[in-house]
Design a protein around this ligand. Structure first.
Ligand code: ARG
Length: 460
């Protein structure tokens, strides 16, 4: 007979190559704590319902607590022979407390056990990434509060388009992160169902109290179909998708930071503490943190596609393929948990080159839309005003001038409607302040958005 826990029907040991290939302990050891917490809840319920004796239940619980303490102390080494975290813990337990340990797995399968562990991991992962998103939102709101009147150019097609403020621009990212928090909340809600009691796939003959286990572990509900419960990884996909979107947001901000820290833009000066040098070019100060955050998005996309592909076409219920869910899950979590605080620190310590932003906003005809709107206010239809200002821009380009460099006589050549008040009307401040609709860049509109975000951050 094989020495494996499932060895009863086997006559030969697993080939060493096959055993190594099959084993998941090298990565699922990370689930040790949630696995043991789940087993403690299961054992307590088995005792309470009389499925095992109260004495065995207590022995199991204290044995598991001891194992957890030893794992935390680094005093436990897992074995590849025991395949995964579930069987490693069970083996350790039985070694320590004898036969009572062999009763822990009553009414349970590794299939519902691993589903439980993954869901418990997800609940914590959603909470911790949400907290990191909220921290970054706070950093953005702080910078925005200090820069409600800091003029900068806004771009479409990476061409200067209209003037805005640094506050308006950065609060766009705060809004993305608010949605990320909502997505992590949704992934959390999807994970918040307790699968134990599903057994291998068709539940169990023992009268388990599933609600008791759910309550003990802090789940709001139990899964309603045992086959789905052991075959489902939707909540993991929801989570990795939320990670992927959040990483995508960070990559866009990173790209802007890389651009803004070039000599050509010169909008931001990153702290030395968040920059790196070149081994050959002495002058270099590279925005490597931003570049790394930008690239790590690809890993998270890879994790999402990997798990979608794991699940594609799998027949019900559990299949060994699903063991491959965990590395994608852990990698998406680790990647984002590393990126978010670096982004927060990099922004918190950066200096904003307000003069350069303002000067850049003054170039590239960013007030051309406002010039057209000026003529509309004087009675010209918008399409005609667009045409007049288009010709003005062409004239300016031919003469190397900005709109506000033109004399009133030059302006009047294009339209009699121009008068002295045009110069004030086309100041960068006036152009920003006039965009006072909710959602716009005016000081009050952005202040309202900051208040909204701060209200969101104040909620638990
Ligand atoms: N290590 C396995 C996994 O991660 C646990 C479930 C094993 N179930 C089984 N029937 N072999 O998916």
């Amino acid at each position: 007979m094989s020495k494996k826990m499932w060895g009863g029907r086997f006559t030969t040991e697993t080939d060493a190559l096959a055993a190594g290939f099959h084993s998941s302990i090298s990565f699922d050891c990370r689930l040790a704590r949630v696995d043991i917490m789940g087993s403690i809840a299961h054992a307590r319920m088995l005792g309470k319902t009389g499925i095992i004796s109260a004495e065995d239940s207590e022995k199991i619980i204290s044995g598991l607590k001891g194992i957890l303490a030893d794992i935390d102390a680094g005093a436990v080494s897992f074995s590849e022979q025991d395949e995964d975290i579930h069987m490693n813990v069970e083996r350790l337990l039985t070694e320590r407390i004898g036969d009572a340990g062999k009763r822990l797995h009553t009414g349970r399968s590794r299939n519902d056990q691993v589903a439980l562990d993954v869901r418990m991991f997800l609940l914590e992962a959603c909470d911790s990434l949400t907290a990191l998103c909220r921290e970054l939102m706070g950093v953005l709101a702080d910078i925005a509060s200090d820069n409600l009147s800091t003029i900068m150019p806004a771009y479409t097609h990476l061409q200067k388009a209209q003037p805005t403020t640094l506050a308006h621009h950065l609060m766009a990212y705060a809004e993305m992160l608010r949605r990320d928090c909502v997505r992590f909340g949704n992934a959390r809600a999807a994970a918040n169902m307790m699968p134990l009691g599903s057994g291998a796939l068709c539940a169990t003959t023992y009268p388990l109290d599933r609600h008791m286990v759910a309550q003990e572990l802090g789940f709001d509900d139990i899964t309603p179909n045992s086959m789905d419960a052991v075959a489902d990884r939707d909540c993991v996909l929801d989570f990795i998708y939320a990670c992927a979107v959040c990483a995508m947001h960070l990559s866009r901000l990173s790209e802007e930071i890389v651009l803004w820290s070039t000599g050509e833009f010169g909008f931001i000066s990153l702290s030395d503490a968040y920059s790196t040098g070149s081994s050959i070019m002495p002058q270099k100060k590279n925005p490597d943190m931003a570049a790394l955050i930008r690239v790590k998005t690809g890993r998270v996309y890879g994790d999402l596609i990997a798990l979608l592909t794991v699940m594609k076409g799998l027949p019900l219920a559990y299949n060994k393929d699903m063991q491959e869910d965990k590395e994608a899950l852990f990698d998406a979590y680790d990647t984002l948990a590393a990126c978010l605080p670096v982004m927060s620190g990099m922004l918190r310590t950066a200096e904003w080159r307000k003069d350069n932003m303002r000067a850049a906003a003054g170039r590239g005809f960013t007030t051309a839309t406002d010039a057209a709107d000026y003529l509309v206010r004087k009675g010209l239809p918008f399409r005609a005003a667009h045409e007049v200002v288009g010709r003005l821009v062409l004239y300016c380009e031919q003469h190397g001038k900005a709109l506000t460099d033109l004399s009133l006589a030059e302006l009047k050549q294009m339209s009699e409607l121009f008068s002295e008040d045009v110069y004030d009307a086309l100041s960068l401040e006036a152009c920003v302040q006039r965009r006072a609709v909710p959602g716009g860049p005016s000081v009050q509109s952005v202040q309202n958005h900051i208040d909204l975000i701060r209200g969101f951050l104040a909620q638990k």
